[in-house]
Design a protein around this ligand. Structure first.
Ligand code: AMP
Ligand code: MG
Length: 422
């Protein structure tokens, strides 16, 4: 019989299995924040800010109307109905020199500056024009200040409006634009190379024959890394050939991060751990008490490249990515590296008790008619079953030694933000 040693395959690295918490602590210690760059705001969407954004003007820069209607003196409309003389019109964008006198109203649009002399706005809906538009009847009284946003209500010039470390979300892009931040200092996206290994793999366009299967992990990783908006490069597929694998993994040294899938278990042809050692990598984690994903490796090459060697089964690779790779990519870009943001959801199925490894189960979260999160189970046959995990947008998290779950019990759920059908 071929043994791992006789086949020249892996040998145990001698590292003990550790808890997920310990692995994540090692990650926090090892991963440091990357370089910063300056980008035009237009190009900076979804980057993380390395420097806070300050507003360069008062916002709004002038007192403005919240409504379409008439600028008035509140004292003139204290008793209604009342007719006022229409003294002019101020559309948005016009720096009008009009001064409102007592007994007058000035037509005004949303966003237009409040004319001098006015102290309130009445909505057009409670007014009626008379005398060919020369007079307006006001139907309701308004207090001083009604429908006026005073200058600098939202921010004063010099105010901090977005903190360093925040992601330039769509709304933060709007805030940065408001603040005059035409250029922003952000964390550079890490460069990430990835490769998949296995003699059995054929590409999507090929018809698998005999002992072959299609290579799904390359597409999984490409898509995860696209959602992570990093600078990703596929190093392709490598067979279970140590020389070729070594060459390809060596080319990964030019990147900030190298991700591999497959070839890390105890099989005769699982060469990845041995090659990492040959390349002088410092093995930081090998084997975590999680299911799936136990053999996951985290290492550092002499080039400084962080290596995540994930198991070959698609769901194991996804779990390893979510628990280690995604947090690392976040830390490198100034994020907090928080691996699991768990929500509580009502389980619409039964789950058996858990043994000694924290367990992650693909599932579908929904919001029910009462607005509560529910989580539905899939017909899934384990970590090799990519088909059963179709439409999963979450992972149910079951702690080690957790008791069985009954229909209607609450469970902890990790949302897969990249898989939300929105
Ligand atoms: P390994 O981690 O190499 O022992 O592989 C574990 C399982 O994952 C095996 O059934 C492999 O055939 C499968 N596998 C490995 N790589 C891939 C891949 N790129 N796409 C789909 N399945 C894979
Ligand atoms: Mg393999």
């Amino acid at each position: 019989m071929l043994t791992p040693e006789s086949a020249g395959g892996t040998r145990p690295t001698g590292m003990p299995m550790i808890t997920l918490e310990k692995a994540q602590q090692i990650l926090l210690e090892q991963v440091s924040v990357g370089e910063t760059i300056t980008l035009k705001l237009r190009k900076a969407g979804q980057y993380r800010l390395a420097e806070a954004v300050y507003c360069d003007v008062d916002y709004p820069p002038f007192a403005r109307s919240v409504m379409d209607g008439y600028a008035v003196k509140a004292s003139d409309v204290a008793h209604v109905p009342v007719r006022l003389r229409v003294a002019g019109q101020v559309p948005a964008g016009l720096d009008s020199q009009l001064v409102l006198q007592s007994g007058e109203a000035i037509q005004i649009n949303t966003g237009a500056p409040i004319p001098a002399g006015a102290d309130a706005v009445v909505r057009v809906e409670i007014t009626t024009l008379h005398s060919d538009g020369r007079e307006v009847e006001i139907g309701e009284s308004v207090p001083v200040g009604k429908f006026i946003t005073e200058r600098a209500t939202y921010a004063h010039a010099g105010d901090l409006v977005i903190e360093a470390g925040a992601v330039l979300t769509p709304m933060n892009m709007a805030v940065a634009a408001t603040a005059g931040a035409g250029e922003v200092r952000v964390y550079r996206k890490p460069s990430v190379a990835y490769l998949v290994t296995g003699d059995e793999l054929v590409d999507v366009d090929a018809q698998p024959s005999g002992a072959q299967i299609r290579n799904s992990n390359e597409y999984l990783l490409a898509s995860l890394l696209e959602a992570a908006r990093v600078d990703a490069k596929s190093l392709g597929v490598v067979g279970d050939d140590p020389a070729e694998l070594r060459k390809r993994m060596e080319s990964g040294c030019a990147y900030d991060v190298l991700i591999t899938t497959g070839g890390i278990s105890m099989g005769a042809f699982d060469y990845v751990p041995r090659i990492l050692e040959e390349l002088g990598a410092e093995l930081l984690v090998h084997k975590i008490a999680i299911k799936p994903g136990r053999p996951t490796i985290f290492a550092r090459l002499p080039s400084g490249t962080l290596v995540f060697a994930l198991p070959g089964n698609p769901m194991s690779a996804l779990v390893g990515y979510e628990l280690l790779v995604r947090p690392a990519l976040s830390l490198m870009q100034g994020g907090d590296g928080q691996p699991m943001r768990l929500i509580q959801a009502v389980c619409e199925g039964e789950l058996s008790a858990i043994r000694d490894r924290q367990t992650f189960i693909p599932a579908v979260v929904r919001v029910n008619s009462e607005g509560l999160w529910t989580v539905g189970l899939l017909s899934w046959f384990g970590s090799g079953d990519a088909v059963g995990a179709a439409n999963a947008n979450a992972l149910i998290h079951r702690p080690a030694h957790a008791e069985a779950v009954k229909h209607g019990d609450k469970v902890s759920v990790m949302l897969l933000m990249h898989s939300m059908d929105v």
